[in-house]
Design a protein around this ligand. Structure first.
Ligand code: NAP
Length: 260
């Protein structure tokens, strides 16, 4: 048995935005570690979510795809939790959760003066309201020694002038992670944020194909390149693991040493 096998044995996880990118990689790594059941949330890409579910099942874990368009606000959060509850009750026999990864996010780019109220509401719904209320709904069901991990961004440490709204939304979930850590500590549940830097996902597909833009983004990292989903997910699953039980209320930088 490798060191990773059995690391998450018996654990129940819910990963938002797990149909692709960083979330899909996290979900598959939890499965590789032996998680019992994983909720794979998605918004529109049902086929991609079902492919992740298949990959998880091939690793020996149970999984279900859960649809919710989080720009719809609280009704979508309630729907996501209700469908997770139903699935976990049926597959595991009880409504329980060990690892909640609030990963789904949107990152529209625009000059500050051009940010519309509609975009503001979409970003706040997906990046702040959904993690806040999903965590609230999950809270009574998170077992002792559980993990809550909010996926943030390096733009909370380094200014992102074309991403003012996105940066502010991620600042909110970082502060939320800090504020919630004492609340959950009585149950030995940790709450942390992980900050990826520019990572090779569909979120960046429109501009990473431009050689000058790619080179500029790569030059920001101390390692001189863009990160992979695997490199970010490895940090997240460490925070989700037993080995990270003494880390809570922290913002963990996984930007490849951006702008040190
Ligand atoms: N990639 C980066 O460079 C980078 C850098 C820093 C931080 N991050 C953060 O890392 C997290 C994951 O990013 P990623 O690059 O892996 O993203 P991605 O490849 O764009 O995937 C986004 C995931 O979130 C879901 N999603 C998108 N819009 C949604 C909505 N309106 N409602 C519900 N779910 C929605 C998508 O579902 P569908 O497939 O159904 O659309 C997909 O599963 C995000 O929180 C992002 O802010 C990313």
């Amino acid at each position: 048995m490798s060191a990773d096998q059995g690391r998450f044995s018996g654990k129940v996880a819910l990963v938002t935005g797990a149909s692709r990118g960083i979330g899909a990689e996290i979900a598959k790594k939890l499965a590789a570690g032996g998680a019992a059941f994983i909720g794979v949330h998605y918004a529109n890409n049902r086929d991609a979510a079902l492919k992740v579910v298949d990959e998880i099942q091939a690793l020996g874990s149970k999984a279900v795809a859960l649809q919710a368009e989080l720009t719809d606000g609280i009704s979508a959060v309630n729907k996501l939790w209700a469908s997770f509850e139903e699935a976990v009750r049926s597959e595991v026999g009880a409504v329980q959760l060990d690892i909640l990864i609030n990963n789904a996010g949107i990152a529209p780019s625009s000059p500050f003066e051009e940010t519309s109220l509609e975009t503001f509401e979409d970003v706040i719904n997906v990046n702040v309201k959904a993690p806040y209320f999903l965590t609230q709904l999950a809270s009574p069901h998170i077992r002792d020694n559980g993990r809550i991990i909010n996926i943030s961004t390096g733009f909370t440490r380094v200014a992102g002038p074309m991403h003012t709204l996105y940066s502010a939304s991620k600042g909110a979930i970082e502060t939320l992670s800090l504020a919630l850590a004492p609340h959950f500590a009585s149950r030995n549940i940790t709450v942390n944020a992980v900050r990826p830097g520019t990572t090779d996902t569909e979120m960046n597909k429109d501009w990473l194909v431009i050689p000058e833009a790619y080179a500029q983004a790569a030059s920001v990292s101390a390692f001189g390149r863009i990160g992979t989903t695997e490199e970010v997910a490895d940090v997240v699953v460490f925070v989700a693991s037993e080995e990270a039980r003494w880390v809570t209320g922290q913002y963990i930088d996984a930007t490849g040493g951006s702008q040190l």
